[in-house]
Design a protein around this ligand. Structure first.
Ligand code: HAS
Length: 555
């Protein structure tokens, strides 16, 4: 029998010292979600309801605040808090002191970076959107802030590795708990991916924004960004998958379908999510079609672990349903615990990941990318992936994680409120993301404030969809307000013990191959893949024919 489950938190209270570290990350994350949500709703109203922003607030300033707070701050803080909680729960019931210290140091640096970055945005010195594409030039302090966030996240990652090494030394020959394994895979991916953005920010953008060098190599900076930017989306997705694979089976009273399959899917993410950044640059000049083609093939490889996850989740649900007496092809569906928000919110995330993933496959196909690139279709895609599938899973997690770390309980009323919140979120996203996809196919560009394009008929056809987007944005903001209410209610709910839900694999599951935990092998392969996919095209970017660009402040 594999040692995959760790110990049950029923037996022991969550260490309060680790609890405060986890809670600090989660509250910071949801503070960012609230602020980013206000910016998001205002943007929707500007586009769809003709709202005029108060003097001194620009559309791109708002869009940057929204993107940075939601896509970079909310996600990173939540993920690190969640991963630390799982490490504490499954690797012995308490973090080792060095890991806890590194976790706090990371938190302080990331918070400092966030505050400096947000100040730059508020002062309108960094309206460069969340992808901060050169040659738009922000204040150097904005880039320094980004560097602080990255370095802070590295410290947190080191803390996780330290704890994991400590456990392995004391448990020689054993396979680590599944949650811990997946956490290490996620942080490993993050550490390797962020090297790209760190080089971009420190070597290119900071010297250029201080004026120490005149020009920037735009193509190189975008390539370094997307070397990081694509694995970034899996850094968001993998913690959601941890919940789906490890937590959901326990919540519904089922078993993990296959521990080995779950680990293999994470190994595949580590291998294939980095050398694929060119699928964000398919329409850019300066990269030969061969290297784009190669990276598109690798992109299709990184779809495989998601298909494995879909298979595994269906298997978990079906086996569970049949064990409860379900009959027929889909009888198991009725057996699922629809009134349990810990299940319902992530499940809705899974369901909506089916069209979300299909959109990704459309984006990745070269010819179709020519249709959708730089249109609102892509904005619709990422609202359905990260802001729906991932966010709903994160929302589902807080309903048990906050009670676990604060020593409180999840009441039936909170289950109901959580389900209402989930339904609101799904409707808001269906309106907003649905219209974004459609309007994108009608040619509406992304990253662009709305205009009438000299009263062109094509642009006026977008109007009704922009209105639906605005309605969706308002519904989503109501969802955020209810979420904030629920968080406060969770933190003040009756005291009591809440179990940290960690699933166990099926008794009939085969032994997990030990090779899956040989990290040196996977890191070696990923380094080779990265070198193959990037060396030649990056060397080409240093050719004399590519001019550097001065900086522009377009806002
Ligand atoms: Fe993407 C652009 C391709 C997944 C996020 N993506 C973006 C951007 C973001 C983003 C933020 O190839 C914009 C970046 C920017 O600002 O420019 N994406 C893909 C592909 C996938 C994919 C192939 N993306 C994601 C995920 C994201 C995310 C996940 C965030 C978390 N994406 C692209 C491409 C672009 C892009 C191009 C560039 C576009 C351009 O031109 O600019 C795949 O990983 C998707 C695979 C997923 C599946 C779905 C599996 C389904 C599952 C659910 C099972 C359901 C169950 C419940 C069990 C194949 C696992 C069912 C129950 C029932 C009862 C039915």
């Amino acid at each position: 029998m594999n040692n995959v489950g760790g110990f049950s938190m029923k037996e022991k209270r969550f260490d309060p010292r680790d609890g405060s570290l986890v809670l600090a990350h989660i509250l910071f994350a949801f503070g960012a979600l609230l602020a980013g949500g206000i910016a998001g709703m205002l943007q929707g109203l500007v586009r769809g309801a003709g709202l005029t922003l108060p003097a001194g607030i620009g559309y791109y300033q708002l869009l940057t605040a929204h993107g940075v707070l939601m896509a970079l701050v909310f996600t990173t803080f939540f993920i690190i808090g969640f991963l630390y909680s799982g490490i504490s729960a499954t690797l012995g019931g308490s973090l080792v002191p060095l890991a806890r210290r590194l976790g706090w140091s990371g938190f302080v640096l990331m918070s400092l970076g966030t505050v400096v970055g947000v100040i730059c945005i508020l002062l309108n010195k960094a309206s460069v959107l969340y992808t901060f594409y050169a040659p738009m030039k922000a204040s150097p302090y904005f880039y320094i802030a980004l560097a602080l966030v990255v370095v802070g996240s590295w410290l947190s990652g080191f803390g996780i590795f330290v704890n994991y090494r400590f456990w392995r030394k004391r448990n020689k020959g054993k396979i680590s708990p599944l949650f811990a394994f997946m956490t290490v895979a996620t942080m490993l991916l993050w550490q390797i991916a962020t090297l790209g953005v760190a080089v971009e920010v420190v070597v290119q953008l900071i010297p250029w924004s201080f004026g120490w060098v005149e020009t920037v190599n735009v193509l190189l900076s975008r390539t370094l960004f997307w070397y990081f930017g694509h694995p970034l989306v899996y850094f968001w997705l993998m913690p959601a998958y941890i919940c789906w694979y490890v937590v959901i089976p326990k919540v519904i009273g089922a078993k993990i379908y296959s521990d080995a399959l779950a680990r293999l899917s994470f190994v595949l993410f580590v291998l294939f999510s980095i050398p694929v950044g060119f699928h964000h640059q398919l329409m850019e000049p300066g990269i030969s079609p061969f290297w784009k083609y190669l990276q598109v093939i690798l992109t299709f490889m990184v779809i495989v672990p998601s298909l494995m996850t879909a298979f595994s989740m269906f298997a978990t649900f079906e086996i569970y349903g049949r064990s409860k007496g379900a009959k027929g092809l889909f009888g198991w569906f009725k057996m699922l615990p629809w009134k349990d928000v810990r299940f319902f919110a992530p499940f809705m995330g899974m369901l909506l990941f089916i069209p979300a993933g299909a959109g990704g496959i459309i984006n990745a196909s070269n010819q179709m990318n020519a249709v959708v690139h730089n249109t609102m279709f892509v904005t619709g895609h990422f609202h359905l992936t990260v802001a729906t599938s991932v966010a709903l899973t994160f929302f589902g997690i807080i309903y048990w994680l906050i009670p676990v770390v604060t020593g409180r309980t999840l009441t039936p009323k909170l289950h109901r409120l959580g389900i209402v919140q989930t339904v609101i979120w799904c409707f808001g996203m269906l309106f907003m993301s649905g219209s974004m996809h459609w309007i994108g196919l009608l040619g509406s560009p992304r990253r662009t404030a709305t205009t009438a394009y000299y009263d062109s008929a094509a642009a006026s056809a977008w109007d009704p969809y922009q209105m639906v987007m605005a309605i969706g944005g308002v519904i989503l903001f109501v969802g955020i307000l209810l979420l904030v209410y629920n968080i406060v209610a969770l933190m003040t709910s009756p005291k009591g013990e809440t179990e940290y839900p960690i699933g166990e694999p099926l008794d009939t599951a085969a032994e997990t191959p030990k090779v899956l935990e040989r990290w040196s092998l996977w890191v070696g392969i990923v380094v080779v893949l990265i070198l193959v996919a990037y060396t030649v095209p990056v060397l080409d970017m240093f050719g004399g024919s590519i001019p550097g660009s001065p900086g522009y402040q377009t806002w």
